[in-house]
Design a protein around this ligand. Structure first.
Ligand SMILES: NC(=O)C1=CN([C@@H]2O[C@H](COP(=O)(O)OP(=O)(O)OC[C@H]3O[C@@H](n4cnc5c(N)ncnc54)[C@H](OP(=O)(O)O)[C@@H]3O)[C@@H](O)[C@H]2O)C=CC1
Ligand SMILES: O=C(O)C1=N[C@H](C(=O)O)C[C@H](O)C1
Length: 288
C-alpha cells in the first residue's frame, strides 16, 4: 500500500433476520446482533398477536431500531435475500431461529429455499428431519447450522460425558428447565445421549426385572439403554446432569445456565461462520 492508496473497504456487515424476535431467546439475540459491529439486523419475525408492523426495538424496550416486526416468514426472508450485496459462498443473509418445535423444520427448509443461511437454535427436530435438511443444504450448496445448545460450557460437558462413557456402563441423564418449555426431553439432552452412544455400546444392563408402579418414573428409555429424565419448574432456566455409576462410586457432570446471555457468544460465532460452511452442521462442537 502506498501512502496515497485508500484504506481497504470494511467488509459489509452480515445481514441477520431473527425469527421468534419477541421470545425469551429472540429478544436476547436482537440485543446481541444490534451490539455486534459486524452484524446488521434486517428483519424480525414473530407471531405474537398485536405487534405486526411495530418497530422491534420499541417492542423490546431497546429504542427504535428501524426494523418492523412481521408475522410473514417467507416475505421477510425474500426481502432479506434480495437486499444482500454479495450472495454465494461467504455472503448472503443469515436467519437466526428461536421459535417453536412445530415450525422449525419448515423454517429451516424455507431459509435454504430463499438462499438465506439458517442458524437454528429451536429444538425438536427429529433425526430424519435433520437428514432431510442436510440434503437440502447440499442441494443448495449452502451452509447452515442446527445447534441444540449455544453454551460453550454445555459443549464441554457433552465432550466430558462422551469421554466418560467409555469407562462406565451405567449412566442416566437429567435435564431441568423452566416450565414454559414445549419439548421434552430437551434438544441438548438428546444430543448428549447421541454423543455418548457414538461408542456403539449398550448402557444400563438390567440387574433385576423392574416394575414401574407409576408410569414414566424411570424416565425415557433409549434403544442404547440410556435413560433420560425431564424436570420442569418455575425458577429454573436450563440445567443438565449426567450421572455415571459403577460399584462403589458415582461420577456426576453438571452444567447450569442461569442467564440467557450465556448463549450469545455461541450464537454470534455461528452467525459469523455459517456462510462459509460447506453444508449443514449439527452442534456447536463442530464450529469451535
Ligand atoms: N439452542 C439453544 O442454545 C437454545 C434453544 N432454545 C430453544 O429455542 C426455542 C425457543 O425458546 P424460547 O425463546 O424460550 O421460547 P419463547 O416461547 O419465549 O419464544 C418463541 C417466540 O417465537 C414466536 N413464534 C412461535 N411460532 C412462530 C412462528 N411460526 N413464526 C415466528 N415466530 C414464532 C413465539 O410467538 P407466540 O407468542 O406467537 O408463541 C415467541 O415469541 C425452543 O425450541 C427452545 O428449546 C432455547 C434456549 C437456548
Ligand atoms: O427451552 C430452553 O430453554 C432450552 N432449550 C434448549 C434445549 O432444548 O436443549 C437449550 C437449552 O437447554 C435451553
Amino acid at each position: 500500500m502506498t501512502a496515497s492508496s485508500p484504506p481497504p473497504a470494511a467488509p459489509a456487515p452480515i445481514p441477520v433476520v431473527v425469527a421468534g424476535a419477541l421470545g425469551r431467546m429472540g429478544a436476547e439475540v436482537i440485543k446481541a446482533v444490534v451490539a455486534a459491529p459486524d452484524c446488521a439486523l434486517v428483519g424480525a419475525i414473530d407471531t405474537t398477536p398485536g405487534h405486526e408492523g411495530e418497530d422491534v426495538g420499541l417492542a423490546l424496550g431497546l429504542g427504535e431500531l428501524e426494523v418492523a416486526l412481521s408475522g410473514d416468514f417467507e416475505g421477510t426472508l425474500c426481502q432479506a435475500s434480495q437486499s444482500v450485496r454479495q450472495a454465494g459462498p461467504g455472503g448472503g443473509a443469515v436467519l437466526v431461529d428461536f421459535t417453536h418445535p412445530s415450525v422449525v423444520f419448515e423454517h429451516c427448509r424455507g431459509a435454504f429455499a430463499y438462499g438465506v443461511h439458517p442458524v437454528i437454535g429451536t429444538t425438536g427436530l427429529r433425526p430424519d428431519q435433520l437428514a432431510d435438511l442436510a440434503r437440502f443444504a447440499d442441494k443448495a450448496s449452502m451452509g447452515g447450522a442446527v445447534v441444540p445448545n449455544f453454551c460453550v460450557g454445555m459443549v464441554l460437558l457433552q465432550q466430558a460425558a462422551a469421554a466418560a462413557a467409555r469407562f462406565y456402563d451405567y449412566a442416566e441423564l437429567t435435564e431441568l428447565h423452566h416450565n414454559r418449555k414445549a419439548d421434552a426431553p430437551s434438544g441438548t439432552c438428546l444430543k448428549t445421549a447421541e454423543l455418548m452412544e457414538e461408542l456403539g455400546k449398550p448402557f444400563n444392563p438390567p440387574q433385576v426385572e423392574e416394575h414401574e408402579s407409576l408410569a414414566g418414573c424411570r424416565g425415557g428409555l433409549r434403544e442404547s439403554g440410556l435413560r433420560l429424565h425431564s424436570v420442569r419448574l418455575p425458577g429454573l432456566v436450563a440445567h443438565q446432569e449426567v450421572m455415571f455409576g459403577s460399584p462403589g462410586e458415582t461420577y456426576t457432570l453438571r452444567h447450569d445456565t442461569i442467564d440467557r446471555s450465556a448463549y450469545m457468544p455461541g450464537v454470534l460465532l455461528t452467525v459469523r461462520k455459517v456462510r462459509s460452511l460447506g453444508g449443514l452442521v449439527y452442534g456447536l462442537e463442530r464450529l469451535l
